[in-house]
Design a protein around this ligand. Structure first.
Ligand SMILES: C[S@@+](CC[C@H](N)C(=O)[O-])C[C@H]1O[C@@H](n2cnc3c(N)ncnc32)[C@H](O)[C@@H]1O
Length: 544
């Protein structure tokens, strides 16, 4: 049986000061520790073979001995300030056609933030049990003992489960043959509550010596508050199967966020970085500008977090979510927090929003927090029909965010601000909160108008046409066009090229204050690709 690791007790404060220094110096993992871990991890190899050696020069310099293999932390060895800058630039580039991006909100301690840890189990040819992460794009297991972004408590539990499998002679599952039992372990930890959920994922429902196994695990880790047996008998890359049995405890954990308590089940979505989530939600709710009178929609609501936290500043909240387990959690969470002005609907968000729009409903504020794939036209067009004053878009994927912003800005909304949050340090992922509101005219003048026929009067049937003509147009600058093209196409275009395309299209030209009168060299012309990109930008900004 594996020896119990010395782990910190719950509630015990971490030594952030010394950790911060290590981060600053980029020497978080001491050389000795690195060598030890590398040696240990080199010894353990997956039965399917090790596709690449762990001891490459690249890895020797890395903070993590399996960096570059597991594919999890692409930016791990980049100083944290640089990581933030990279993410800031990425968001800025994509959002630039619409608005300025605020400074990214980073972490004070960007390590061990993940409250959800998954390990896949397998064994090598000699039968040694291994656990770790799939190598990127493959089903080879990269053995991992400690991960710099995962909760340390979870890593320690996973190591000890490996030892228990040996003592209880439990075979790990073989994906190719379908033989064996033990597939994955999923651990969720409560940042404030200290509660710990362990999900044992098996290929079939019978865990031999179940009670003794649970007893032994609890003895090694008394901090575990619930243990669940999940059955996944499918050949699938999904971790969790449908069926679950609670082996110990309540079958869920609870945690606190922004002064509210949330129940979290194994299959419900919950943000993985609790420290940053509080900042993210606070910003999202601040941007919504709630006064207590609003009808709010919380779309893609998960376990109800954003809507429930915002509920005391709104008249009512309507929340929609597809995952039935998450909706069950959300309903319990409303009761748990004594909240009565939030209703939950289990539905596809797009179908639900379309129904609302078709029924002539309206909303004052829409929070939307879709998965990485972003939203779709059905959802977005319904939002436009519902006509909320403000839309707060929480996105975990800037490219789909930019795509959806394009739709909304073409349909009456303007992006007011974008704030990136580093929810996933050491990885390339970045979260962004964006506020959109109705487009407003640049200014207005008072004009006395007489309607009807006759001199000086405006014929009634001409009103709509003339209103369109006099509508103030947004001034589209060369800079906006250039930024749009660089973000979308990845190349730069010269101002002269934009001017040339505009001239060819017969568009009005304005004097450029720094135009060169005489050219030193004959002017070059834009390539067909650049002409198309410029035309696309002009269409995007509704110049043509
Ligand atoms: C990024 S999470 C956000 C959850 C929640 N707002 C939070 O912060 O915890 C996206 C959520 O959308 C849900 N979802 C995915 N596709 C959906 C759809 N078509 N309709 C409704 N919800 C969906 C997922 O189950 C998940 O809970």
């Amino acid at each position: 049986m594996a020896e119990k690791k010395a782990t910190k007790k719950f509630g015990q404060k971490r030594d952030f000061k010394s950790e911060k220094k290590k981060i600053k110096d980029n020497t978080y993992m001491k050389k000795k520790t690195y060598k030890e871990t590398a040696k240990k991890q080199k010894k353990i190899t997956d039965e399917k073979s090790e596709p690449k050696k762990v001891t490459s020069k690249k890895n020797e310099k890395s903070l993590c001995p399996v960096h570059g293999k597991c594919g999890g932390c692409q930016l791990l060895d980049m100083p944290y300030e640089k990581q933030l800058k990279k993410k800031q630039n990425h968001v800025s580039k994509l959002v630039q056609p619409y608005c300025r991006t605020e400074k990214i909100i980073g972490m004070e301690d960007p390590f061990h933030y993940r409250n959800k840890v998954h390990a896949v189990f397998g064994h090598r040819k000699d039968g040694t049990v291994i656990s770790g992460i799939y190598q990127q794009g493959t089903h080879f297991i990269v053995p991992v003992d400690e991960c710099l972004i995962e909760d340390k408590r979870a890593d320690a539990i996973i190591c000890d489960i490996r030892g228990l499998l040996k003592s209880f002679k439990i075979k790990t599952y073989n994906e190719d043959t379908g033989y064996g039992l033990f597939r994955h372990v999923l651990i969720r930890t409560g940042y404030h509550s200290g509660q710990v959920m362990v999900v044992l994922v098996l290929g079939s429902p019978i865990l031999p010596s179940k009670n003794n196994f649970v007893k032994a695990l609890r003895k090694l880790h008394p901090e575990i508050t619930t243990i669940i047996l999940n059955v996944n008998d499918q050949k699938t890359s999904m971790v969790l199967g449908e069926k679950e049995t609670v082996l110990y405890g309540k079958g869920y954990i609870e945690d606190e966020l922004c002064g509210h308590t949330f129940r979290i089940s194994s299959k419900s979505f919950y943000q993985v970085n609790p420290v940053q989530t509080e900042k993210l939600y606070a910003k999202a709710i601040e941007l919504a500008g709630l006064t207590g009178k609003e009808r709010v929609i919380d779309a893609y609501c998960g376990i109800g977090t954003i809507g429930l936290i915002a509920s005391d500043k709104a008249k009512e909240v309507i929340s929609v979510e597809l995952n039935p387990d998450a909706v069950k959690d959300a309903i319990v969470n409303a009761k748990r927090n004594g909240i009565r002005n939030v209703r939950f609907y289990r539905n596809d968000a797009s179908v639900f929003m379309r129904q609302m729009a078709d029924e002539g409903e309206s909303a004052d504020v829409v929070f939307m927090d879709p998965p990485r794939s972003g939203s779709d036209e059905k959802f977005l067009s319904s939002v436009v029909t519902l006509h909320p004053k403000r839309i707060v878009y929480v996105s975990c994927e800037p490219t789909t965010l930019a795509r959806d912003l394009k739709y909304l800005t073409r349909h009456g909304y303007r992006v007011r601000t974008a704030v990136p949050f580093d929810m996933f340090p050491a990885t390339e992922h970045v979260e962004t909160v964006v506020l959109l509101s109705h487009k407003k005219p640049d200014g207005h003048i008072n004009v006395k108008v007489e309607f009807g026929e006759g001199e000086g009067k405006v014929p009634l049937d001409n009103i709509a046409k003339r209103a369109e003509e006099y509508k103030p147009k947004e001034r589209v600058t060369y800079k906006m066009i250039k930024e749009y093209i660089e973000a979308k196409y990845g190349f730069k275009v010269h101002t002269a090229y934009i001017a040339e395309v505009k001239r060819d299209l017969g568009l009005p030209m304005y004097d450029a204050p720094n135009a060169v009168e005489e050219l030193k060299q004959p002017r070059k012309h834009p390539t067909a690709e650049k002409v198309e990109a410029i035309k696309d930008a002009l269409k995007h900004f509704e110049v043509i």
